[in-house]
Design a protein around this ligand. Structure first.
Ligand SMILES: NC(=O)c1ccc[n+]([C@@H]2O[C@H](COP(=O)([O-])OP(=O)(O)OC[C@H]3O[C@@H](n4cnc5c(N)ncnc54)[C@H](O)[C@@H]3O)[C@@H](O)[C@H]2O)c1
Length: 272
């Protein structure tokens, strides 16, 4: 018996990376999934591999999110879990070069997309007695230097939104939490540099990111979508029935520690 037997989930950004990992694990645990993504070809592929339903959805458009939630209810009869996960690196560069259009699109995907997923998921769940809403924030929402400026601001905003909505939705038996991944091996980095369609360059980018993350992380490796999916299954299941408004950091210890360069570790080193 899977931990999500009988549950229905909508997962945005499920055509790739973390979202795909969450959808795959949810189905292995007995859930039925709606894969909601802006990428039609990969989204169809993932949904058909998992025996789920694909809905083309740009999370920056409220009507698209509403349609994804409706698809879950129309196809499977109800919605129990919503994972607001779709994302990208967004606008980059120094603050002095900030581009207005890039700012608006970044906020529309990373913040508006999560807020409207919460709106439509909660409305549906209120009608059926409750559920679990999970969003993907980031370690970039907890500290500086982990991502571009606007990306980091949006990820911090998702934490605030999660806490605020959790307070309101508790009486409806709807739990609202976010997961803050550390460095996770997905195509997001290659996409940010515009090289995701070149497999060799994409592999090189990922190797560089993996080396950097491994060196700065107590557990000494980059994370995987499966690491995040394990936390998402817990938050989606009844095992976390008394958990709401929380930020679950899954980062190999990255944000809990800082190794100081040249810091002495023995008395011999101190006196040398
Ligand atoms: N990979 C990491 O190290 C990391 C760390 C912290 C947080 N995150 C967050 O995890 C989430 C997933 O990222 P990932 O690493 O799996 O990247 P990814 O590029 O592999 O997957 C992102 C998915 O979101 C989809 N998407 C992008 N914009 C969309 C839109 N407007 N509407 C609908 N779908 C859209 C993409 O098509 C893709 O399928 C993002 O929110 C990201 O910010 C990633």
């Amino acid at each position: 018996m899977g931990r999500l037997e009988g549950k229905t989930a909508v997962i945005t950004g499920a055509a790739s990376g973390i979202g795909e990992g969450i959808a795959t694990r949810f189905v292995a645990e007995g859930a039925r999934v709606v894969v909601a993504d802006i990428d039609g070809s990969r989204g169809e592929e993932v949904a058909s591999r998992l025996g789920g339903r694909f809905v083309r959805c740009d999370v920056a458009i409220e009507g698209d999110i509403a349609a994804a939630v409706r698809a879950a209810v129309d196809t499977y009869g109800r919605l129990d879990v919503c994972v607001a996960n779709a994302g990208f690196g967004g606008v980059t560069g120094p603050i002095t070069d900030l581009d207005e259009e890039g700012f608006d699109r970044t906020v529309a995907v990373l913040l508006k997309g999560v807020a409207f997923a919460m709106k439509h998921a909660c409305a549906s769940m209120q009608a059926t007695g409750g559920g679990s809403v999970i969003s993907t924030s980031s370690v970039a929402g907890l500290m500086g230097g982990m991502g571009p400026h606007v990306y980091s601001a949006c990820k911090a905003a998702v934490i605030g939104l999660t806490r605020s909505v959790a307070l309101e939705q508790g009486p409806f038996n709807i739990r609202v939490n976010c997961i803050n991944p550390g460095g996770i091996a997905t195509p997001i980095f290659a996409k940010g540099l515009g090289v995701d369609s070149d497999p060799v360059a994409a592999e090189e980018v990922l190797a560089l990111v993996a080396a950097g993350v491994s060196a700065g992380t107590p557990l000494g490796r980059i994370g995987t979508p499966a690491d995040i999916a394990a936390a998402a299954v817990w938050l989606a299941s009844e095992d976390s029935s008394y958990v709401t408004g929380q930020t679950i950091v899954v980062d190999g210890g990255l944000t809990s520690t800082k190794r100081l360069a040249e810091f002495p570790t023995t008395t011999e080193e101190t006196t040398a």
